[in-house]
Design a protein around this ligand. Structure first.
Ligand code: UD1
Length: 422
């Protein structure tokens, strides 16, 4: 057990580089299973979830060479895959569910343990299931496992999603690329990570129209070939560094950032008073005064990302004025607010709204990360709290932020990882 011990008050300045997105690379790794042979992924972030996904792929029969330091993974996919994803791995990472589509497509049968993952709400699978059923799969739930079978293969279908779910879009997409005939996914998610997986699938030989729009049209092909693919840069890590610059009244250049994937969040930071410049390397964010409060409403892309909501609550907690934050994606995402309040933040929640009254100064205390992004939000608050903040349950942060402590220290923060007894 470890905690991050932060002494607040330092201004962050300098340069960091973001690598590939967690929410893309895990899906790219699953997509690799659609093609026998060696797929190489680069710009792979050095995070725990990539290790968990590598282990899962090995159990499914793949040979995985993971070079976390070099940001590279080579996945050798056999002709015959196993089709069972066990609970011990799936419970550690909800994104394991991503193997559902590719395994059903390749094996005609898949049993995946029902996932756990982040503690941020109920996170149903109904849209994944109904999409696969429309494509001819039979789906049952037995003993904690979701079992899908398509003995006669999958066929194309029209699928209308009730909500542009990222996970459901990916499951149906990966099942559809080798299905018999045309699949149309309406109200599809259009996150940059969906565009990334589509572009890899197209390179592999898939036929997908409407990439980046809310209607994906997929014409199934007989087989796909392995490729080499660079993971899209992580817009949530980029956004976290941007808030770090604003909250500490610092100046950070974020290399390999893709500002076009973060337009609303960057616009909010400008409203808060930050200066945003697009530079050759990526993005430069600086701030020379106390931030102003900014209202936030989370929505599917291109709306404001729920994965940046805790970081912006931290910013608002020390801003001038009062902000209303509305969370529309995950019901339990305000759980971390109780921890932020321990640092002296003035936040009231009511259903999916949070009212944040900016305080002049937070004060350090022990707090607990409840999920990846909550952890990032608490670290940001700790950077500006007076005294020492220890963020416990740091393993959550390790799931999403590669080399976080090293980067923070390089930028001037006073942060160390400390063991927590017992
Ligand atoms: C992904 C991201 C997560 C991000 C989220 C929204 C990964 C590994 N995780 O999660 O970081 O916060 O997108 O941008 O990529 N829902 C259903 N039924 C379904 C599917 C989803 O009710 O079949 C609900 C969920 O409970 C949730 C909402 O839809 O309330 C959004 O879920 P979804 O877009 O699928 O998010 P994830 O893919 O789980």
């Amino acid at each position: 057990m470890e905690a991050l011990q932060i002494t607040g008050g330092n201004r962050l300045a300098g340069a960091v580089r973001v690598t590939g997105a967690k929410n893309s690379v895990l899906k790219l790794m699953a997509a690799a299973m659609l093609a026998p042979g060696r797929t190489t992924l680069t710009e792979v972030p050095g995070i725990l979830d990539v290790e968990i996904m590598s282990e899962l792929l090995r159990r499914l029969g793949c040979t995985v060479e993971l070079d976390l330091a070099g940001g590279r993974v080579v996945i050798d996919v056999p002709e015959a895959l196993e089709h069972r994803a066990d609970y011990d791995l799936v419970r550690r990472m909800r994104a394991s569910i991503t193997v559902l589509g590719p395994l059903l497509a390749r094996c005609g049968v898949v049993d995946v343990a029902l996932p756990g993952g982040d503690n941020i709400g109920s996170r149903g699978l109904d849209m994944h299931v109904s999409g696969l059923q429309r494509m001819g799969a039979e789906v049952t739930i037995e003993h904690g496992y979701l079992i899908a079978t398509a003995p006669r293969g999958l066929h194309g279908a029209s699928v209308w999603l009730d909500f542009p779910s990222v996970g459901a879009t990916e499951t149906i997409l990966m099942a559809a690329v080798t299905a018999d005939g045309r699949t149309v996914i309406d109200n599809a998610a259009r996150e940059p990570e969906i565009v990334d997986i589509c572009s890899m699938l197209v390179d592999m030989g898939a036929r997908i129209d409407g990439v980046g729009s809310s209607t994906l049209e997929i014409d199934g092909v007989r087989q796909l070939s392995p490729v080499e693919h660079a993971t899209v840069p992580d817009r949530i890590v980029t956004g976290t560094w941007a808030v770090a610059a604003a909250i500490t009244r610092g100046d950070i250049t974020i290399a390999n950032a893709r500002p076009e994937h973060l337009q609303i969040a960057l616009d909010k930071l400008t409203t808060a008073g930050a200066r945003i410049e697009v530079v050759d390397e990526g993005l430069r964010v600086s701030m020379d005064h106390r931030p102003r409060a900014v209202d936030i409403v989370t929505l599917p892309y291109p709306g404001f990302p729920t994965d940046l909501q805790p970081q912006f609550i931290a910013l608002n907690a020390v801003a001038e004025g009062t902000a209303l934050v509305t969370e529309n994606l995950f019901e339990a995402r305000f759980r971390f607010v109780h921890e932020l309040v321990r640092l002296g933040a003035d936040v009231q929640t009511e259903g999916h709204h949070a009212l944040v009254r900016g305080s002049e100064q937070l004060s350090g205390a022990p707090v607990e990360a409840t999920d990846i992004r909550a952890g990032a939000g608490l670290v940001l608050a700790g950077l500006v709290a007076e005294g020492v903040t220890s963020v416990h349950e740091v393993h959550h942060i390790d799931r999403g932020y590669a080399g976080f402590v090293d980067d923070l220290v390089r930028l001037g923060a006073s942060v160390t990882r400390v063991p927590v007894p017992g």
